[in-house]
Ligand binder design. Structure first.
Ligand SMILES: [Zn+2]
Length: 326
């Protein structure tokens, strides 16, 4: 029994530690809330399928365990390219490939470019009036947009590994939202808007993320210095399990010092996700979403969902054996 509990604790710690993206919790919330920003012509489809849009917000993270090319789509180590605003890095994919090579771009992450691919796929799905594709691509695009809003997704020191702050990634994007979002944060956000230049929009968000990364890292370091070392972490209950994690006191203090940054980035993510869905629909000629084909997921789709779950669970367990508990 004790062994089983320990295994569960380590499994959960690792799942939390290894998803280097908004945690599963936040990704799902972002996609969920984004549905309510859509115009009535779109809400009719998205609200009916809100469980799918919410649950499948995390598919791209699950795919990281199965497909090697998946990893770089979630981040960009923008600081690798010199100094803010990184003018030497071409914003257009072809120009960037010509300058740095595709291999090198992949090594440092490609999220701003990958989002353009996702947007054109979703636009085509709307044009084809293919419901299954629209839902799958909407859920997944929401994921990548949200990732681009996370400061540590735009920095080489993405988990504090270079500054002895390992675990800060999950702290910022999982631990704190799970602790505070439901009780204290406000997700009442206006309406989705049409984005004329989607590439510009995403690059701006990525640059903001990159610029905030130092604050995320430095504030944690400073707070740690002035905090009783035996109170930084604690064993606390989560969903009926005892988890070793950043203590509530430390988390709340850190969040106060960041002055609402995490809530703000989550709100901006929700707005951006809804606006990208809306933009794809407008660019496709605003098709009537009550008259779609392919309403059921194909056998291939269902198999893919199942495979994602299986490889993710296996990957998380394999990771558990290789990585010590934080
Ligand atoms: Zn991700």
């Amino acid at each position: 029994m004790v062994m089983k509990k320990l295994l569960l604790v380590s499994f959960c710690s690792l799942v939390a530690q290894q998803c280097f993206c908004w945690g599963f919790y936040a990704h799902k919330k972002i996609n969920y809330y984004a549905v309510f920003l859509l115009p009535p012509e779109m809400v009719i489809l998205y609200k009916k399928n809100i469980d799918f849009i919410t649950d499948h917000a995390v598919d791209p993270d699950k795919r990281r365990y199965a497909v090697p090319e998946e990893g770089p789509r979630h981040y960009i180590d923008i600081d690798h390219y010199g100094k803010y605003p990184y003018d030497s890095l071409p914003r257009k994919w072809d120009d960037a490939v010509a300058k740095y090579s595709e291999d090198s771009l992949n090594a440092y992450g490609i999220v701003p470019w990958w989002l353009q691919t996702m947007l054109s796929r979703l636009t085509n799905a709307f044009k084809e009036k293919n419901q299954a594709k629209i839902l799958k691509l909407s859920a997944e695009m929401g994921h990548y947009i949200s990732d681009s809003h996370v400061p540590l997704h735009a920095n080489t020191n993405h988990n504090g590994q270079l500054t002895d702050q390992k675990g800060i990634h999950g702290f910022w994007e999982s631990r704190i939202p799970e602790l505070l979002a439901e009780k204290e944060w406000d997700f009442f956000i206006g309406k989705a808007v049409y984005i004329k230049n989607t590439a510009d929009f995403i690059w701006k968000r990525v640059l903001e993320s990159g610029a905030a990364a130092d604050t995320v890292l430095n504030y944690e370091k400073e707070l740690t210095k002035g905090f009783p070392s035996d109170q930084k972490f604690s064993f606390e209950d989560r969903n009926g399990l005892t988890i070793h994690q950043y203590s509530s006191e430390f988390s709340i203090k850190y969040n106060e010092q960041l002055k609402g940054m995490i809530e703000r980035r989550m709100r901006q993510s929700i707005f951006a996700v809804a606006s990208f869905w809306y933009t794809a629909w407008v660019n496709a000629g605003q098709p009537d979403l009550t008259k779609l084909s392919n309403k059921e997921f194909s056998a291939g789709d269902l198999k893919e969902f199942e495979n994602l779950n299986t490889t993710w669970k296996k990957g998380a367990i394999k990771g558990r054996e290789e990585t010590p508990i934080p």
